[in-house]
Structures are given as C-alpha cells and as structure tokens.
Write a protein that binds this ligand. Sequence first.
Ligand code: PHE
Length: 511
Amino acid sequence: MTIRLKKEVIDILKALKKKSSEVLATDLAKELKIDYIVLMSAINDLIEYNLGGFKEKEVYQISLNDEGIDYLKDGLPERQLLNILSENKFKELSLDDFLEKSHLDRNIFYIGISNLKKNRWIAQSKASGENKIFLTADKFPETDMEKLLLKFKENPVIDYSLLSKDEIKQLDLLNKRKLLKQHRKTERIINLTEKGKKIEISKIKELEQVSKITSEMLISGAWKKYDLKPFDVTKPGPLLKAGKIHPMIRLINEIREIFISMGFTEIRGPIIESAFYNFDALFQPQDHPAREMQDTFYLNNPKVAKLPEKERVQAVKETHENGGDSGSHGWGYKWNTNTAKRTVLRTHTTSTTIRRLAEFYRNNEKPPVKVFCIDRVFRNEKVDRSHLAEFTQVEGIVIDDNVTLCDLIGLLSEFYRKLGFKKIITRPGFFPYTEPSMEVSVYYDKLGEWLEMGGSGIFRPEVTYPWGIKDPTRVLAWGQGLERIAMLYFDRDDIRDLYINPIKWLRSQSY
Ligand code: PHE
C-alpha cells in the first residue's frame, strides 16, 4: 500500500525522525511553530499508517499564588525587613519602633519577624525593659528557599518532575507558607513506531490538496489520492450586487412606522405652493426676510396660484392687518393679495400641515387629528457639506382639545426615543407661527454630545383661528430635517453623500 500523507504531516514525520527520544506534544508544536490541534491531527494521520503514536501522562505543575507573586517582586517579608535594617544601619531596635519605621503591613511585618527568628538572623531581648531585637550577623546570604522562589521569575509554571530533591524540600516549605498553587495537567508524549523510525521519506507520496471533488474523481477512485481542503466557515460569502431599497427610503419608511405606531396618519401636499400657504397662513408678515428671493425659490411658470375660499383669505388678511378674531393686534400693515398669490417651491412642510388645518375646517371635523408629513422642501441655499437646496422635512401635528406643552414634550420624547435617542432636551425657541416655541436637542451617545434636531411649538391663535380652530382646541407641531438624522444613522459627514450615491457606500448598506 502506498502511503500518502499531507505535506505538513510529512514535515512532522521528518522532524520526529531527527529526534532520538520521545517528545512532548506542546514542545514539538512550539518548536515547529504550528498549532497544537494541527499537530495532533497530523499524529492521527501517522497512527492510521502505524507510523507513530502518543501516550498520555499526568503532570503536576506549580506556580505562585498572588501572595507568592508579591514576594517574588518585593522579597520574602524577612528579606524586606532585613533590607530596611541594613539600609538604615540599625543594629538594635525596639519592636514597636521597627514596625512603625518599616511602613509595612502589620501582617507582613510579623511574618517577617517570625522568619527572621526562625533563620536566627535576629535575637530578641527584654533586658532593658523594652522588647528589643538585634541582628546576629553582618551578612545574610540568599537562602535555598529564596533561590527556589527566584526560579519562578523565568518560569511562572514549573514542572514538579523537573525539580531536584533539595528543591522539593524548599518547595514544601514554600507550600507550608501558603505561597503556591498546584495544577494537574495531561501531557501527550509523541513517539514513532518501529515502522515510523525505519521508513524512508522518499517512499511516501504527498497528498495533493484540492478544494473540490469532481464526479470523475469519484468514478475513478482517484479522490483517495487527494487531500480535501477544509472549508473556512468564517470567510464572508461573495458580495451580492443586487438592487435594493435606497438607505434614505429605508430611513423614511422607518420614520413612517414610528409615526404610525403613535397613531398618526400620513399627509402629502404640493411642492409648488402659494406664498399664502407657505407664509401668510403661518402669520409670516409679507416683508418677512425669509420670504426674500435669496431664501426662497419663486416660480415664473406658473407665476401665481389660486387662493382658497374668499372668506378664509379674508380671515388671514384680517389677522395680518389687525389680528382678526384671534385676540392679537396683527402686524398692522396693508396685506396684499397678489403677494400671497405668488408661487414658490415650498420652503417647509408646515405649508402642508396648514392645508390639513384648512381641510379640518372645511370638513367640520372633530378633534383629535394626528398627521405627519415626510417630504421634499426647497431653500435657496449654497450647497456645501452641511447644506442642500433641496432636502426633506419630517413634520407632525396634533389637533386636540386642551393639549399643552407637556403633551408636546411627551410626544417629542416618544418620537425621538423610537428613533433611538433616549434623552431629549427642549429650550425656548422662536418661530413666527408658534407660541410658545421650543428647540429640541437629543443626546447622541456615540459622540457624547447634545445635537440640535429641530423646532416645535403650539400654533399661534393667529394661525389656527382663521380655520376655526379655537381655544381650547390647540395644534401641537414639530418638524425637522431628515438628512440630519440620516447623517447620524449612516455615519456620513457630508450631507451630499446621501444623494450623489457613492456606489461603494450603497453596496455596503443592507437591504
Ligand atoms: N417649519 C420649521 C422649520 O422649517 C419647523 C417647525 C415645524 C417649527 C413646526 C415649529 C413647528 O424649521
């Protein structure tokens, strides 16, 4: 029968043939720089051809315990005391003085004293009335026990069988002083059989490694000549480059789920909006800086939008001019219908939530109404790593009786908690259409920082009264940029990455 062995097994056989005696498996693995498991599996291959084998042997090993390790570092207590005496040139000293001057732990001190006495390195006398000690010699050479202790410096674990008789005697003493730990271990000793010792390496064929067995190999029986490469189950599988949902859409869907789980319904509204819904209905005066061309995209085609029913436009007009029936004084200027008719790309989704207030009025609905909107908005901004001219807002409103700022904070906490932020903080803020207004920040664990997320508040009477929503019915509202959350979620520091679609990043995203 031809002997076929893997290359690594042949190498191990060669190494064993060079040895005159048996070897410890652990030593051989170390010497050949291979894993112990690999070595033992090779030995099994040798056993199959009756070339080698192994025996098991119990071995006793000793190491120092924590106290022993301390003494290995600092010296045995008696040596520590001796060093203090000789450093300070004390020849005689009262025991109490010594304890104080030694700065040693009381326990260690007394262990030291008792061993100094045992070694006859000190003598004690009460002749002067005081309990005094005297050194008995000038020099105190290293003891056998100390020599043994030092052995643990190079070899923290010592084989019992390798110690001499004298060393074992010292070991017993160290053991009595409770400085040792004992372990029992099974060692494997590898040997070659007579056949293994005699065989010529050149007679052995190398098993070729293959990663697959083909049907031909099976039919011809040739598979026996091959060594099948083991699978590495830790290797990642091939990257699948299939189509998948864009991470931003995934995030939007997640936020949708959050709103829906809180009892909200989704609303959408037009991107091309009238200044009326985008600004006027939000009590933003017609000379408000946010309305300027440098902040807002005005459209030329179509240039004007239709306004809603006359009396509602009239109610908004009166609110601006004198407060209408909202209890406010208004802005005190002449409101211009043509300015309200101008078309804009909506600058926030709040225009869409106002449309929902209008619907509430027209349908004569009853509270509560809870809706949200996740949609595109546009601002005339210079695009850079933290600004886009076209981005997405996430907005929610609640129309209900007797709701307060506490309800709003509760909603915000719940919403952000579901998004993964456990702590939120609100601070006074300002928006022309809410009173009171709050800025919302969340604590971001990963950075250990508070991050500002968006605005919120209770819509002013000047906003809700024109739609017949009057105290104690109130509207809680909050809104924020989606991309802000996305950058945290996807760990991007350039907002543009979210839309220029870096292919490497997209491929690394889950489905
Ligand atoms: N519309 C505000 C913005 O664009 C956000 C906001 C919504 C503030 C609702 C208060 C209430 O930032």
